[in-house]
Design a protein around this ligand. Structure first.
Ligand code: FAD
Length: 385
């Protein structure tokens, strides 16, 4: 069920696959059930350069293109979706700095992000808004050489472990249209008044923490304003999140792939009515649908990543890939549970974890309802009469 793969991609993706087989799959069950942060896995990923995968070589990274990075994400999610959570907000911050940062910001942040010495988080959502990004209330006021930030952010993946958080704020709350008054600040935890507070208890996506972030008269140097110009934050964040959607799609493919692999193995081992259940046509239909949809999702993800790599407009393709791959994942894990029968409902089996992880993908990085609006808006522009 593979897509077209270049030789250099095969090498790096193979390396990631080996890592997942060796370091993640044997421990994922326990870590998930204990809701424990994968400290050793993260340390090894830093050692092996995973944190610098998509950062240009001149700053100490590997300079992978988005397509290859997405393939790596799929492999990691196949092992444990939470581990992709550890590096995806980091990837988004690296992208923001590389794409929109000043030269000084690139020099200051990228080498440390590449080694993992700095860990990136990404924060738009607030207690009162997620989809409606322009309704954020967190405010940054310029005061001399600093910005003074006040407000509360919500749902910050890596909220505790991140050291620098790309944070969307309002620098001009009266701006019309609203998005013109929004900016992105690379907020560092080293400055007083910025801390992660409440850890949110979740259904799945265990191990990686999701927290509230509080800014109380927090002073960040003005040199941490992304790109050095106010009013660009909304556009910068939307560009980054579009890329984030490709990664969420890749995660969906990885989780679904694992569910399929476990199901096709189980179907050949479990007997009912004197034969392996794989001999029953009802089970075969499920396996065929799973594999077909996963293959389509993988191809859509690859297509969206390639468009981004080519520097083309890809809002429709990224939205479609995210929508289709995560819905496929959602359906596939449910079918995997049915194939496993009662055992699928048992905490002893891996399918139970996949079932708890999948729903996050249809919500995060913009809900799938919002994806449909983005796709429709893009289509109406393309097909305007
Ligand atoms: C585990 C987890 C980790 C997350 N990590 C991060 C993170 O690191 N950083 C970050 O910034 N955010 C993060 N989020 C937040 C996530 O991006 C939001 O939850 C998501 O954007 C939805 O926002 P909301 O939860 O406020 O839902 P709401 O916006 O309140 O939406 C509620 C429902 O209404 C629907 N809806 C809203 N508006 C419309 C509309 N115009 N048309 C049709 N339907 C609509 C939505 O689709 C949804 O079904 C995370 C969320 C989760 C669950």
């Amino acid at each position: 069920m593979s897509v077209e793969v270049r030789p250099e991609q095969r090498e790096i993706v193979g390396l990631v696959r080996d890592f997942v087989e060796r370091e993640i799959i044997p421990v994922v069950h326990q870590l998930d059930h204990d809701d424990e942060y994968p400290t050793q896995i993260v340390a090894k990923m830093k050692e092996l350069g995973f944190f610098g995968f998509a950062i240009p070589e001149q700053y100490g990274g590997s300079g992978l293109d988005f397509e290859t990075y997405a393939m790596c994400c799929e492999e990691i999610a196949r092992g444990w979706m939470s581990v992709t959570g550890v590096i995806n907000t980091h990837f988004i911050v690296s992208y923001l700095v590389e794409q929109f940062g000043t030269d000084e910001q690139k020099q200051r942040f990228l080498p440390k992000l590449a080694t993992g010495e700095m860990h990136g988080g990404f924060s738009m959502s607030e207690p009162n808004c997620g989809s409606d990004v322009q309704a954020i209330e967190t405010r940054a006021r310029r005061d001399g050489d600093d910005y003074v930030i006040n407000g509360t952010k919500m749902w910050a993946t890596n909220g505790e472990h991140s050291t620098v958080v790309a944070t969307l704020v309002k620098t001009d709350p009266d701006a019309k249209p609203t998005w013109k008054g929004m900016s992105c600040i690379l907020a560092e935890k080293t400055y007083d008044g910025f801390r992660s507070t409440k850890r949110i208890e979740k259904l799945g996506y265990k191990g990686v923490e999701t927290t509230e972030l509080v800014f109380e008269d927090n002073r960040q140097p003005a040199t941490n304003l992304l790109g050095g110009v106010e009013g660009e934050g909304f556009k910068q964040m939307m560009a980054a999140i579009e890329l984030g959607r490709v990664n969420v799609a890749a995660r969906g493919v990885g989780v679904a792939q694992r569910a399929f692999e476990l199901s096709i193995e189980y179907a050949q081992q479990r007997h009912a009515f004197g034969v392996p259940i794989a001999k029953h046509q009802a089970i075969q239909l499920k396996l065929a649908d799973m594999a077909t949809n996963i293959t389509a999702a993988r191809l859509m993800t690859q297509m969206a990543a390639r468009k981004k790599d080519a520097g083309e407009r890809a809002d429709v393709e990224c939205g479609m890939a995210k929508l289709f791959a995560t819905e496929t994942c959602f359906e596939t894990v449910a079918e995997a549970m049915r194939i496993h029968g009662g055992y699928g409902f048992s905490k002893e089996y891996q399918v139970e974890r996949l079932y708890r992880d999948a729903p996050m993908l249809v919500i995060g990085e913009g809900t799938n309802e919002i994806q449909k609006l983005i796709i429709a808006r893009g289509l109406l522009e393309r097909y305007k009469i």
